[in-house]
Design a protein around this ligand. Structure first.
Ligand SMILES: Cc1ncc(COP(=O)(O)O)c(C=O)c1O
Length: 417
């Protein structure tokens, strides 16, 4: 059983706004792919702070680098030049083949910037009411604009009126987007996640991405690919769209870029790099020295330690083991994803597995009600992946078996991003 919370941590904290569905666990520290709660119970971390802790916990090179930076300068504002911004931007430009970068602090901010770029791109061309193509099941964040772009009625409920100017289409259907935009002169951009995370680990096909690139070129639209969750090495390339060979015009990043230090970035290609002029966009915290150092060191360590190769190796090993154990089992719809971004879709809502897994010492998440999502630190070893399988597979089997009894009530998942 999960140990009870200590007295000073109330299950329903009266002073913290009640916006998340939390497990009755408080974590105190971590090491590599393991974390411990305040009662000393150890968990294997296959969630990575929701695809954030790229280098796991207490990394022996990242921690001293951040300590060094904290002792020098944490924040100074963008009234001044921040040399670490140039260092990180140059690296992101090199890795993406794009041109320049705007820094912010979160995924939704990166996506807000992308949406503003799409609007200004239109206005600069004389389009007064620009429209952006977005996707069913998409998740782009919780601000009013990004939740309007999100394709999930649950996230949007209660927050109308939503921002206008979005055209929604199904995934991987080139004819559908052509039909939805036919004769519309106001479209300025197409915006999607290379692999949808929160929506249930749904990849865009490589061929579809190539077809969309061609369409965007023909029609002078911006191709904007949200790599907030699937980017930064998680799928076995620096950015998930790179599997398809295309280059976006606008690429929002966040999550894994700082290994846990809040950071966001919008990386732009030539078509988008000069849209914003001085005064068009900004943020107080964006690009501060601590976040920039986290980004620079994360990438340096990833390169030195071949972390991307590890994501492919451990991800392939994990997927093969899950397929061996679960494929063909009644109630398992399929296993999908790339590298260390994997989803196991079950035929029933399975939110209750979150707590059951934690009880057994494994941290996971469940998205889209019935998809178990595994997004562990990219340093996970194959031995640790075997432990994930050893804990998770019996739970899934037991869960599916339990659901054959008429009295069981499936539990939907909560969105905690
Ligand atoms: C693809 C994608 N875009 C944007 C966001 C929003 O990022 P943040 O929670 O940092 O605002 C998320 C968060 O889960 C995401 O998965």
């Amino acid at each position: 059983m999960t140990a009870a919370l200590p007295h000073h941590i109330e299950a329903a904290s009266p002073h913290v706004m009640n916006t998340y569905g939390r497990l009755p666990i408080a974590l105190s520290h971590g090491q590599g792919c393991r974390v411990w709660d305040v009662n000393g119970k150890c968990y294997l971390d296959a969630l990575g702070g929701i695809a954030v802790n790229t280098l796991g916990h207490n990394h022996p090179r990242l921690v001293p680098a951040l300590q060094d930076q904290i002792g020098k300068l944490i924040h100074c504002s963008n009234y001044y030049h921040v040399p670490l911004q140039e260092a990180l931007a140059a690296k992101l430009v090199e890795l993406s083949g794009l041109e320049n970068v705007f820094f912010c602090s979160t995924g939704l901010e990166a996506n807000e910037a992308a949406l503003k770029l799409a609007r200004k791109y239109g206005h600069d061309k004389g389009i007064e009411r620009p429209e952006v193509v977005v996707y069913e099941k998409a998740f782009h964040g919780r601000s009013i604009a990004t939740l309007s772009a999100t394709g999930n009625a649950k996230v949007q409920a209660g927050f109308g009126p939503l921002v206008e100017g979005f055209i929604r289409v199904p995934l991987n259907d080139i004819e559908a987007i052509k039909k939805a935009t036919a004769g519309n002169p106001n479209v300025t951009a197409v915006f999607f996640e290379a692999i949808q995370g929160e929506g249930g680990v749904h990849p865009m096909n490589d061929q579809y991405m190539r077809d969309i690139r061609k369409l965007c070129d023909e029609r002078d639209w911006l191709l904007m690919i949200d790599e907030v969750q699937c980017g930064m090495g998680r799928t076995g390339k620096w950015f998930a769209h790179q599997w398809s060979g295309v280059k976006p015009d606008v690429m929002p990043l966040a999550k894994g870029l700082g290994s846990g230090v809040p950071i966001g970035a919008v990386v732009c290609g030539p078509k988008a790099a000069q849209i914003f002029k001085v005064g068009n966009h900004g943020t107080t915290f964006g690009g501060n020295p601590l976040a920039m150092r986290a980004g620079v060191e994360t990438i340096r360590i990833m390169e030195d330690d071949n972390i991307i190769a590890n994501a492919i190796h451990t991800g392939g090993h994990l997927r093969a083991a899950l397929e061996r154990e679960l494929s063909g089992l009644a109630g398992v719809v399929n296993i999908r994803g790339r590298g260390l971004m994997l989803g196991i879709e079950l035929a029933l809502p399975c939110g209750e597995l979150l707590k059951q897994a934690a009880d057994e010492g494994l941290l996971i998440s469940v998205t889209a009600d019935s998809v178990i999502r595994l997004v562990p630190p990219l340093i996970m070893t194959t031995a640790e992946a075997d432990q994930v399988v050893a804990i998770l597979v019996p739970l899934i089997k037991q869960f599916l078996h339990g659901k054959t009894h008429a009295d069981s009530v499936p539990v939907a998942s909560l969105i905690n991003e």
